[in-house]
Write a protein that binds this ligand. Structure first.
Ligand code: NAD
Length: 290
């Protein structure tokens, strides 16, 4: 397929490279990031989108998505699909999909889970919202970039699934980090703590696949001085989206709310900006109860 790919950062770069490696003709555009191997460079977002069967966006937030959509939707070919894989608010996802459909295009929101490792390895999980026709058309591309794609419902359903998933992730990462810091103070060896919890009822993706303790468990950002990975400010963004959605749906989410507060303090006043979200462990290590 002819694919336009806009937003080639930590996630978009390796995703686009995998599409090119699988034989798709990929044209990319990014304001700053270099072109991944096999991807031709366009000078504007509109140029990357022109003539493409599918245009994929992988951008930081809903505001940027809306601005890029204004550039690309008018130049896309009739019947082409705009697939937004960014994590954005449900309202932006629905607004951009409506704009695409009014322009005679198909649209899907398809945010991802799996992080930079999943993007590089082609093992992401996609959660998609949009029509059956749009999902069918992008599925062969999602199959290259990921191991699983769940069609969750109409436009916005992918983003709804994503923020619920990431609210769980934020909460479990904090719980895992505070438990390691407590274990330290109780004199428990971190490796033993991992060996027990990763095979007991406290196990989670945060512990088993992305362990926040350096030198313990599989390779993770903790083994690289907490360089992202998944930046704390992106986790904060997702937690804010979850609380925005919870407020509009009148849902009681006290753990999600507390996780948002902790990540907000970490990013804004505790040097968490630019660190991986698992750097909550050194944060807790330094603290006492008071
Ligand atoms: P990133 O900051 O590394 O990449 C975003 C890219 O978008 C940058 O290269 C930036 O230059 C580019 N960009 C910004 N504005 C642009 C514009 N107007 N036109 C073209 N390019 C533009 O971020 P990332 O980690 O790749 O995340 C991208 C999205 O994926 C975010 O919505 C994030 O929440 C989501 N996500 C990230 C992860 C992760 O582990 N990093 C996991 C799941 C989902």
């Amino acid at each position: 397929m002819k694919v336009g790919f806009i937003g080639l950062g930590n996630m978009g770069g390796p995703m686009a490279a995998n599409l090119a490696k699988a034989g798709h003709e990929v044209t990319g555009f990014d304001l700053a990031a270099p072109m991944p191997e096999g991807v031709s460079k366009a000078d504007t977002a509109a140029a990357a989108a022109t003539g493409a069967d599918v245009v994929i966006t992988m951008l930081p937030n809903g505001q940027i998505l809306r601005a890029v959509a204004d550039e690309i939707l008018p130049v896309m070919s009739a019947g082409a699909v705009h697939a937004d894989c960014s994590t954005v608010d449900v309202d932006s996802a629905r607004a951009v999909a409506k704009q695409a459909e009014e322009a005679g295009l198909l649209a899907i929101d398809a945010p991802v889970s799996g992080g930079v490792g999943g993007a590089a390895g082609g093992t992401l999980t996609f959660m998609a919202g949009g029509s059956d026709a749009a999902f069918a058309k992008v599925s062969p591309l999602l199959d290259v970039m990921g191991q699983k794609a769940v069609h969750c419902g109409a436009s916005g359903a992918g983003q709804a699934a994503k923020i619920c998933n990431n609210m769980i992730l934020g909460v479990t990462m904090i719980a895992t980090c505070e438990a390691f810091a407590l274990a330290d103070k109780l004199g428990l060896d971190r490796q033993k703590m991992f060996d027990v919890v990763s095979t007991s009822s406290g196990y989670s993706w945060s512990m088993n696949a992305y362990c926040p303790a350096p030198g313990v468990g599989p390779q993770s950002p903790a083994d690289n001085d907490y360089q992202p990975g998944f930046a704390a400010e992106l986790m904060l963004k997702d937690l804010r989206l979850s609380q925005q959605a919870a407020a509009s749906a009148d849902a009681d989410t006290p753990m999600g709310q507390l996780a948002e507060t902790l990540y907000s303090t970490f990013v804004d006043t505790e040097n968490g900006k630019g660190m991986d979200f698992s750097a909550m462990l050194p944060r807790f290590e330094k603290r006492g109860r008071g």
